[in-house]
Design a protein around this ligand. Structure first.
Ligand SMILES: Nc1nc2c(ncn2[C@@H]2O[C@H](COP(=O)(O)OP(=O)(O)OP(=O)(O)O)[C@@H](O)[C@H]2O)c(=O)[nH]1
Ligand SMILES: [Mg+2]
Length: 254
């Protein structure tokens, strides 16, 4: 869905909301940052991070590519289970980075050996509970399947952070091009009921439905938390400066 300005809506012009346009421009700056198979391999970042989670084949990687307006930023495939690492992408203009997107491996793919499933569920659980700079979670859900048991488990896992830290949460109903209008309306109603503390919207990479809306939402999340992150980074820098001063004055005294 295109987010129109009130005037455009009034006269029926397909004009895009300037804020949504800016959000899409920002999304287009996405570039690969790093990949990690294990949590401890992820860099500690002083930047707001937004994770894309959901069952295998739900369309997480395609969603990131669609938001970024890039064909092959994240690896998408017909074959489920293609994303097997946590892949991070930086966002920000002029080479600066003001946020990070995380593409997570999907869960629930039957052909994955049980041991790998368990290992992965543990890694993802730890990521969602302990990743300090995580500010938002986008749960991708194929509305033809609805929320699965593992989706519900994930919701349980993040609920305390949603309640205590204001972790943002959005359910994206992917592949909505496969639904009739009535099915889409019903699926959205159900998802909104299940999104306790968060939001839900329809999305289609194929038909470019809900893309502006999702980009704008993520931009809003980042705008909301950026001052707190800037403050933290400044405090850390000051701390470092003080300890360096301490070192140099110790050096001078010697
Ligand atoms: N019709 C339709 N197909 C889509 C849409 N989004 C993704 N797909 C297809 O769904 C399949 C899986 O997409 P991916 O983006 O690789 O899914 P994923 O969630 O990243 O999968 P894993 O990495 O295995 O967890 C691909 O064949 C995509 O082309 C959509 O909006 N509409
Ligand atoms: Mg993927």
């Amino acid at each position: 869905m295109t987010t129109k300005t009130p005037i455009a809506r009034h006269v029926g012009l397909p004009e895009t909301d300037p804020a949504a346009k800016a959000a899409m421009g920002w999304m287009h700056t996405a570039r690969f940052l790093t990949t990690a198979a294990q949590l401890h391999q992820l860099p500690q970042l002083d930047l707001p991070e937004i994770a894309f989670v959901g069952r295998s084949n739900a369309g997480k990687s395609t969603c990131i590519n669609t938001l970024a307006q890039q064909k092959q930023l994240a690896y998408a495939s017909k074959k489920p289970g293609r994303t097997q690492h946590i892949n991070l992408f930086s966002l920000g203009r002029q080479g600066g980075t003001d946020a990070v997107l995380a593409d997570l491996p999907g869960y629930g793919y039957a052909a994955v050996p049980m041991q790998d499933k368990i290992r992965w569920q543990r890694v993802m659980g730890q990521y969602l509970v302990a990743r300090e700079n995580l500010v938002g979670v986008v749960l991708l859900c194929d509305p033809r399947l609805g929320l699965t048991e593992l989706d519900e488990l994930l919701l349980e896992l993040i609920r305390p952070r949603v309640a205590d830290e204001g972790l943002k949460f959005l359910i994206l109903l992917t592949k909505s091009d496969k639904l009739t209008r009535l099915e889409a309306t019903k699926a959205l109603q159900i998802a909104k009921l299940n999104a306790g503390g968060g939001d839900a919207q329809l999305f289609s990479a194929l038909k470019r439905k809900g893309v502006d809306e999702a980009a704008l939402k993520l931009r809003t999340w980042v705008d909301e938390v950026s001052p707190a992150f800037a403050e933290k980074a400044a405090a850390r820098q000051a701390e470092q400066g003080e300890s360096e001063d301490g070192l140099s004055s110790a050096g001078e005294a010697a």
